[in-house]
Design a protein around this ligand. Structure first.
Ligand code: SF4
Length: 403
């Protein structure tokens, strides 16, 4: 499907909202962004963009973490479809932005992200967002328009710019088209400058987190200590979606890494994947065709790549997989991910079907089981994995070569 068709489909029935000429000046404009779905991996882009467009940082308001209370208080009766919780919970976020602010917002921006800026881009078939993610802003909006236009009544302009974040050349045009009716006096030129700032902020943030992850891995390598890798979608970092299972594990003293921010320095990648590249199995360290040929979905690709990285990294002694109830995208990946991890001798634990309520009892038992296995087997796992990898691991001679 062409990317041009999609914005046309979704171009109808926008919330009317106030006339932009009636909006306050730029430095007083208050913009709300629901902290949901792929905002968890792209928020720095949006803060960079709106900062460059003259929006005061204190006037850029992200909704809070997802919670059942948020849904009850702000989203009740506004559900539109029966699907996975990461999408269903968005009603609560919208409601919080409309009804839960001490100072009223002027605009709610809920981007329809079509492609994601992934570190695997160029090495995989596509970097598409899940269709439910992409369509969510239109779908959830319906719950706020069904009887009357709640946004218009609150004097809020609801903007859902369609954006292909993995195609930076398209982004200035897409965002100008999607935001020009909301932001007074917006020009193409400043949108283009804002987009550059957005990418700069996003890349700087990602680099910083990857550097931190590398420091953790280097410490583990130096001390021969285990760490855990989480394989999940970015929004499982939301305490109301992933239920902080990794936090419970960290409380037992195990460092936690997320695949999205795994270090991708050239020295480490060449050491981990070089033999497979040399053997012609893959074309580059970021190629996943050996395990996932239909590499279209960005977050799915990163989960599969993360499984491969975990399998090769001796100090990643355990992988924790998180997935939400009714996630059709994750279902076909359960078996390959588990096989990749377990064949390397790495421990694998999966928390599937996560929903709105934290299954506290079963999480507690599982966390105790995981820590028991780690205490008993981590040393052996690390030694076995080290023996299977080439000598000269760059984590033990920490001179990172940046990609
Ligand atoms: S990837 Fe899964 S959990 Fe995420 S929005 Fe799509 S169906 Fe829902």
């Amino acid at each position: 499907m062409s990317t041009l068709t999609l914005p046309r489909w979704f171009a109808r029935a926008r919330s009317s909202g106030p006339d932009p000429s009636q909006q306050p000046s730029r430095n007083k404009l208050r913009i709300g962004i629901p902290r949901v779905l792929n905002l968890w991996s792209t928020h720095q882009f949006w803060t960079g963009l709106f900062g460059a467009l003259g929006i005061e940082p204190r006037n850029l308001v992200f909704s809070g973490d997802t919670s059942e209370e948020q849904g009850r208080q702000f989203g009740k009766g506004r559900g539109t479809v029966d699907c996975c919780y990461p999408v269903k919970c968005i009603s609560g976020h919208y409601g919080e932005l409309v009804f839960g602010q001490r100072e009223k917002l002027d605009i709610i921006v809920s981007p329809m992200i079509y492609t994601l800026p992934s570190f695997l881009s160029g090495h995989v078939a596509r970097t598409l967002a899940c269709p439910r993610v992409m369509a969510a802003p239109e779908n959830i909006k319906a719950g706020f328009l069904k009887e009357r236009d709640v946004f218009a009544e609150a004097g809020i302009h609801y903007a859902t710019p369609f954006v292909s974040l993995d195609e930076p050349k398209l982004v200035p045009k897409q965002l100008f088209e999607g935001l020009k009716d909301a932001i007074p006096g917006l020009t193409r030129e400043e949108t283009a400058r804002g987009v550059e700032e957005g990418y700069r902020a996003l890349h700087a943030f990602n680099d910083r987190l990857r550097k931190k992850s590398r420091e953790v891995l280097e410490w583990c390598a130096r001390e021969d200590r285990p760490c855990l890798l989480v394989l999940a979608r970015p929004y499982h970092m939301d305490p109301g979606i992933g239920h902080e299972i990794e936090v419970d594990l960290q409380a037992h003293g195990y460092p936690i890494l997320w695949a999205q921010y795994f270090p991708i320095d050239a020295d480490l990648m060449n050491w981990a994947f070089g033999p497979d590249v040399g053997a012609g199995i893959i074309k580059s360290p970021f190629d996943i065709r050996d395990v996932w040929p239909s590499s279209y979905s960005s977050n799915t690709n990163e989960i599969l790549w993360g499984a491969k990285a975990a399998a090769r990294m001796p100090w990643v002694a355990c992988v924790v997989r998180l997935a939400s109830y009714e996630c059709g995208m994750d279902q076909p990946t359960y078996t390959p991910v588990q096989q990749i991890v377990e064949r390397s001798g790495t421990l694998f634990f999966s928390f599937q079907d996560l929903d709105s309520t934290k299954p506290a009892g079963s999480v507690k038992i599982r966390v105790e089981t995981i820590t028991h296995y780690l205490e008993k087997y981590a040393r052996e796992i690390i030694e076995r994995k080290k023996a299977a990898m080439p000598p000269g691991c760059p984590l033990l001679s920490p001179q990172p070569v940046m990609t």
